[in-house]
Design a protein around this ligand. Structure first.
Ligand SMILES: C[S@@+](CC[C@H](N)C(=O)[O-])C[C@H]1O[C@@H](n2cnc3c(N)ncnc32)[C@H](O)[C@@H]1O
Length: 387
């Protein structure tokens, strides 16, 4: 890309802001959109100037940790009470004493911390949860029925370590560059979310959710329930998942799929490419007693990608380059060449496909699963140029 210090890079699936922090290090401007409201907040914390010197954050964390240690919160009575006041997922994820200390830290941060440092302390504590859980809570699945030895045993010390890491990040960041970046919480399918204001983008680097990979709201359920952002599946869907692209069967619905097929049939020959894949997936579903609705995910997913590419085309200068990192997939063994299909859509919305590069093989960790297909999956970098 031909970039200068003023150039603006876009990311319609900004996540926790890895592309944003990279742009910041390269002294470029950055505009991202992220549908998960908490993840968008996290990205902004990493990108925006900190509200004070990092020593202040460390002092605040130490003060809170001291209060919780002094209170000796892991009493039998408190632990018993937590069994009924916390959600089932949270109760089952920790031993009683660990849960008592985690919730005491949480309550102290919510009520007693200096407001300006609250988000930093909150994220340090949320990041501590999976470190001290006594069940399998790897990424993305949380399995409260599968016990494990916690990676770290003392939640308060671990919280302080996490705060220390955040304070180190703040210390090395240049606030001069921090003002040039932002992430909007919202849906990149919606043109109104692309509030670029001052200029068009000179480039885009992004990685959309992969088809048939995982549900980003569900993957953060432990953190959402622990902090009280949601306390049930329905609430989580309504508050956190509402703006997300459908990429899994859990998120799919028949009416949304039908509307998406109609939309895609208007997009050049793209609908024809998709129809045969949808039919194959429908057959696979019908051949199983409780088959999954991959045939409904597919149209909804590609209709979303079409909308985002359309918005992206309108937000980029002529000739601007976009790099999208995308994985392919093979639900029920039906190969879906997602990167190539997104490339076809990009061509419909004012891009040319310049390169399609395999970055790595993936899916190997499921190789032992007898019921899984043996199609080799990859992750590819697609390079598009705005015409
Ligand atoms: C593969 S991840 C991107 C990871 C990112 N590069 C990072 O640094 O963390 C895809 C992201 O797209 C987000 N997403 C899903 N649907 C979206 C939508 N409609 N608009 C904006 N972001 C969305 C997900 O929440 C997820 O964070």
């Amino acid at each position: 890309m031909n970039l200068s210090p003023d150039s603006l890079i876009l990311d319609p699936f900004a996540g926790s802001g890895v592309i944003g922090t990279g742009c910041q290090s390269a002294h470029l401007r950055f505009f991202g959109i992220e549908a998960h409201p908490l993840v968008a907040e996290l990205a902004n914390l990493k990108l925006r100037p900190a509200p004070g010197p990092p020593t202040e954050l460390r002092n605040e964390a130490t003060r809170i940790a001291d209060i919780v240690r002094t209170k000796a919160v892991a009493t039998k009575r408190r632990i018993e009470r937590l069994q009924s006041t916390e959600t089932d997922l949270v109760v089952r994820s920790f031993t009683g004493p660990v849960l008592a200390e985690l919730t005491a830290l949480r309550d102290e941060i919510k009520q007693g911390s200096r407001v300006k440092w609250e988000p930093y302390l909150r994220w340090a504590l949320l990041a501590t949860l999976r470190d001290v859980a006594a069940v399998k809570v790897g990424w993305p699945y949380q399995r409260p029925a599968a016990a494990r030895k916690p990676i770290h045993s003392d939640p308060i010390s671990r919280f302080l370590v996490r705060v220390h890491w955040i304070s180190e990040d703040i210390a090395i960041r240049s606030d001069a560059d921090a003002g040039l970046s932002r992430v909007v919480a919202g849906d990149s399918r919606n043109p109104d979310t692309w509030s670029l204001e001052e200029q068009l983008g000179q480039g885009c680097i992004s990685s959309p959710p992969y088809l048939n990979n995982f549900d980003y709201a569900d993957a953060t359920r432990l953190e959402l329930y622990f902090w009280g952002y949601a306390s049930s599946w329905a609430e989580m869907c309504a508050t956190v998942r509402v703006d997300m692209v459908t990429a899994t069967t859990q998120q799919s619905s028949a009416p949304a799929a039908q509307a998406a097929v109609q939309q895609l049939l208007q997009v050049g020959t793209f609908g024809d490419h998709l129809t045969s894949l949808i039919a194959a997936l429908k057959d696979e579903r019908a051949a199983r007693p409780r088959g999954k609705e991959y045939d409904q995910v597919l149209p909804d997913y590609f209709a979303a990608m079409a909308q985002v590419l359309k918005n992206l085309a309108a937000a980029l200068e002529p000739d601007a380059l976009s790099i999208w990192l995308i994985g392919d997939s093979a639900p029920y063994g039906v190969y879906v060449d997602t990167p190539a299909l997104i490339g076809k859509l990009a061509e419909e919305y004012g891009f040319t496909v310049e390169k399609d590069v395999t970055m790595r093989k993936r899916g190997a960790r499921w190789a032992q699963n007898q019921t899984r297909h043996n199609i080799e999956l990859t992750e590819r970098a697609m390079l598009f140029r705005r015409t």
